[in-house]
Write a protein that binds this ligand. Structure first.
Ligand SMILES: Cc1cc2nc3c(=O)[nH]c(=O)nc-3n(C[C@H](O)[C@H](O)[C@H](O)COP(=O)(O)O)c2cc1C
Length: 186
């Protein structure tokens, strides 16, 4: 099957999940900056990290001509916990804004947890994080969302929630598509 894993991140989490997915499925991976559209593609898996709700490369990738026969699976990577329904609702709303309507309707979505190392963030990311931190600290505790709490809990730390097991539902979906279309490797 002609399939591709495309990732969009700023540091290493999205790439790390793309690598694990490659090891588990044999589907090749590349950053969105290197991907060129392929008319015979049957499966696109996009793994993208969350930056204030935005995902690097997502708009650009799906603004291209995506083959109508291609299945589309999109996995987000963030620090907030997707076990919280409110978090998933917010991520879904952000995805809807970044994707063409037909792609949003066709795609299946998965949500993964990533990692952060504050000491190694870029200068602009440190500034953004510190502004968000100061704003959230002012918010009354009872008004803080699950995402707000996740942000405050992880602020300033080096922390990783990367969990290969969290890819299992996505891998099961990929295997179903491979069985339906025939051929178990890329
Ligand atoms: C400036 C900034 C904004 C972020 N915004 C979000 C966010 O909106 N939601 C979230 O869950 N995580 C957010 N994160 C955490 C990243 O999504 C997380 O660290 C992710 O694993 C980074 O992936 P990458 O290493 O592939 O770039 C943010 C991190 C930074 C530095």
């Amino acid at each position: 099957m002609n399939a591709m894993i495309i990732y969009g991140g700023k540091y290493r989490s999205a790439r790390c999940y793309a690598e694990i997915l490659f090891e588990q499925t044999g589907i090749p991976y590349c950053p969105y900056t290197q991907w060129t559209a392929d008319a015979s593609l049957e499966l696109i898996v996009y793994i993208g990290s969350l930056y204030a709700g935005g995902i690097p490369g997502l708009r650009k990738t799906f603004a291209r001509q995506i083959p109508t026969q291609a299945s589309i699976l999109i996995a987000t990577v963030g620090l907030s916990d997707p076990k919280e329904p409110e978090t998933v609702t917010n991520i879904t709303a952000a995805l809807k804004q970044q994707l063409p309507e037909d792609i949003f309707q066709r795609a299946s979505f998965y949500h993964l947890r990533g990692a952060i190392d504050h000491a190694h963030l870029s200068r602009s990311h440190k500034v953004m994080m510190s502004l968000m931190y100061r704003q959230l600290r002012k918010k009354p505790v009872e008004q803080r969302s699950a995402e707000d709490r996740a942000f405050l809990d992880t602020y300033g730390k080096q922390i990783s929630f990367i969990d290969p097991k969290s890819l299992e539902p996505l891998i099961a979906h990929i295997q179903t598509i491979q069985e339906q279309r025939g051929g178990s490797t890329a």
